[in-house]
Design a protein around this ligand. Structure first.
Ligand SMILES: NC(=O)c1ccc[n+]([C@@H]2O[C@H](COP(=O)([O-])OP(=O)(O)OC[C@H]3O[C@@H](n4cnc5c(N)ncnc54)[C@H](O)[C@@H]3O)[C@@H](O)[C@H]2O)c1
Length: 312
C-alpha cells in the first residue's frame, strides 16, 4: 500500500474518518493527537478490527508529526467542536492557533501533501491553511458540502421512502446556517425535487438541512457530528487518491467564480490527483445568487475577524 493519509486530531471526527477510510482500503493511515496514548490506542484498535472486515491497511497512532512524513493527504480535524448554543464562528480564535500549528508541522514532513480541512469555522480554517502553508489553492479543500448535501438527501429519503442512491442534492455556500440548499438543482432519479414534494415539505427540509449540524449538537449535548463528516472526508480522499475526478460540493478558494474572490466557499468541485482541479459554475437565478452572496458575506466577516487574530 503506497498511499498515505494522515489525520491530525484523533477525536470523534478524526477517528471516524480513519474508520471509514480503512473500510475503503485506499491508504495507510496515521492518527496524530496531542493526548498521550489516545491516537496509539485508537489506531491499534482499528488495526485489530481489520482482519474481521478483511482490509489490509496499516494504521499508526502518534503524538508526533514525524510519523506523518511522506503523506499524500493531510486531513485536519484538530480543534474544539461546538457546544450547544454555540455557532461554528465561536470557535475561531482557539481553532486558528491549532490549525496554523497543524498545517506548519504537517508541511515540514509532507511538503507535497494535499490538505483536507474539517475544523470549524470551516471555510475560514481552510483559508487559514492555504495562507499559513503558502499553498497553491488547488491543494486545500474544506469538507462541508458533501455532509450538508448528504443531510438533505437523508431527509428527502426519509420523506419519500426511496433509496438514498436515487437522491441528488446540492448544498452550496459557507458552512453555516446561511448555507444554500439548491432545490432547483436537486432531483430524485432525475425528477426535480419540487415535482416530488409539496412546497411546505420542501421548505421544512431546506430549513432542517441548514440547521442540521446544530440539531446533532443539541441532541449529543457534548461534541458534534462525526459519522457523516468522517464519511464525507473518506469520499473526498478516495476521489483524490484514485484520480476519480468526482464532482462534489466542497469548500474551494474562489478566484472570481460565482463573482467571489479571496474566500473559501462551498461550490461544486472536481477532485482529482492534484486536488481541487476544477470548480463547476452553475447557472443560478437571481434568488439563488442573492442567497449565495448572503452566505458569502458571513464567511467574509469571519475571515476579517481571523485577520485581526493571525498574521499571514
Ligand atoms: N466541517 C465539518 O463538516 C465538520 C463536522 C464535524 C466537526 N467539525 C469540526 O471538526 C473539529 C473536530 O471535531 P471533533 O468532533 O473531532 O472534536 P474532538 O474534540 O472529538 O477532537 C478534536 C481532537 O483534536 C485534538 N487536538 C487539539 N489540538 C491539537 C493539536 N494541536 N494537534 C493535534 N491534535 C489536537 C484534541 O486532543 C482532540 O482529540 C471541530 O472544530 C468541529 O467543529 C467539522
Amino acid at each position: 500500500m503506497n498511499n498515505k493519509v494522515s489525520i491530525i486530531g484523533a477525536g470523534m471526527t478524526g477517528a471516524t474518518t480513519a474508520h471509514w477510510l480503512a473500510e475503503r482500503e485506499v491508504a495507510d493511515l496515521v492518527l496524530v493527537d496531542i493526548i498521550e496514548g489516545m491516537p496509539q490506542g485508537k489506531a491499534l484498535d482499528l488495526q485489530e478490527s481489520l482482519p474481521v472486515v478483511g482490509k489490509d491497511v496499516q494504521v499508526i497512532g502518534s503524538n508526533s508529526f514525524e510519523a506523518t512524513a511522506g503523506s499524500d493527504i493531510i486531513v485536519i480535524t484538530a480543534g474544539l467542536p461546538r457546544k450547544p448554543g454555540m455557532s461554528r464562528d465561536d470557535l475561531l480564535s482557539a481553532n486558528a492557533e491549532i490549525v496554523s500549528n497543524s498545517t506548519r508541522q504537517s508541511l515540514k514532513y509532507s511538503p507535497e501533501a494535499i490538505f483536507i480541512v474539517l475544523t470549524n469555522p470551516l471555510d475560514t480554517m481552510a483559508y487559514l491553511t492555504m495562507k499559513v502553508g503558502g499553498l497553491p489553492p488547488e491543494r486545500v479543500i474544506g469538507q462541508a458540502g458533501i455532509l450538508d448535501s448528504a443531510r438533505m438527501r437523508a431527509f428527502v429519503a426519509m420523506e419519500l421512502g426511496v433509496s438514498v442512491e436515487n437522491i441528488n442534492c446540492y448544498v452550496l455556500g459557507g458552512h453555516g446556517d446561511d448555507m444554500v440548499p439548491l432545490v432547483r438543482h436537486s432531483n430524485v432519479a432525475g425528477v426535480p425535487l419540487n415535482e416530488m414534494l409539496p412546497k411546505d415539505k420542501l421548505d421544512a427540509i431546506v430549513e432542517r438541512t441548514r440547521k442540521g449540524g446544530g440539531e446533532i449538537v443539541s441532541l449529543l449535548k457534548t461534541g458534534s457530528a462525526f459519522y457523516a463528516p468522517g464519511a464525507a472526508v473518506a469520499q473526498m480522499v478516495e476521489s483524490i487518491l484514485k484520480d476519480k475526478n468526482l464532482i462534489v460540493p466542497a469548500a474551494a478558494y474562489m478566484q472570481g467564480e460565482y463573482g467571489l474572490k479571496d474566500i473559501f466557499f462551498g461550490v461544486p468541485v472536481q477532485l482529482g490527483r492534484d486536488g481541487a482541479v476544477k470548480i463547476i459554475e452553475y447557472k443560478l437565478n437571481e434568488e439563488e445568487l442573492a442567497a449565495l452572496n448572503n452566505s458569502a458575506e458571513a464567511v467574509k466577516q469571519t475571515i476579517a475577524a481571523l485577520s485581526s487574530l493571525v498574521e499571514f
